[in-house]
Design a protein around this ligand. Structure first.
Ligand code: GLU
Length: 177
């Protein structure tokens, strides 16, 4: 279990969440990602490797290289942002398995720490309803369940999702609305 962080406010949450992830770094992680709301929909940026670049190592993969311009300014601006450092429990460390995970239509994105013990049953049930999975994680069921239950009220959809989950976990969700 590593770290999750979220921001909603009037500043650039991409910068604040990026800095927050650096502060979570001491807990250890195998991959990192952020998700945020844009006028065009949810944008997800993930990296297997470091959060910050190492000076003098311009080709080393890092989240910093993906969210910052060479002059140090941030490429993205958003007031609603979630971030995650992952310590894999289900699915190898990879970009595909890094968080955030997005629901089938792209309407919802989640970051999750912990374990969903009954994910395999939930995954089978969701597959029967036509949901397709893009990762090997236990976490992805959360995004699809929220979408399955959503009928205009996100809080209700999250409550219904919580009633289905077994395990020890915390998660954050953002939506396009
Ligand atoms: N179980 C989730 C995964 O393997 C979350 C792990 C974590 O807490 O970082 O992706």
């Amino acid at each position: 279990m590593c770290g999750i962080i979220g921001y909603i406010g009037s500043e650039n949450g991409v910068e604040l969440v990026f800095k927050g992830l650096i502060r979570l770094e001491y807990r250890g992680y195998d991959s990192v990602g952020i998700g945020f709301k844009t006028p065009e929909g949810l944008k997800i940026v993930k990296s297997v490797g470091r959060i910050e670049s190492i000076p003098g190592e311009p080709d080393m993969p890092s989240l910093e290289r993906k969210v910052k311009n060479p002059n140090g300014s941030f490429k993205y601006y958003s007031n609603i942002v979630i971030g995650h450092t992952r310590w894999a429990t289900h699915g190898v460390p990879s970009e595909r398995n890094a968080h955030p995970h997005v629901s089938q239509t792209g309407r919802f994105a989640i970051v999750h720490n912990g374990i969903i013990e009954n994910y395999s049953t939930l995954k089978s049930q969701l597959r029967e309803k036509g949901f397709q999975f893009a990762s090997d994680t236990d976490s992805e069921v959360i995004a699809h369940l929220i979408e399955y239950f959503y009928d205009g009220d996100l809080v209700e959809a999250v409550k219904k999702t919580l009633s289905k989950l077994e395990g020890a976990y915390s998660f954050l969700v953002i939506s396009t609305d």
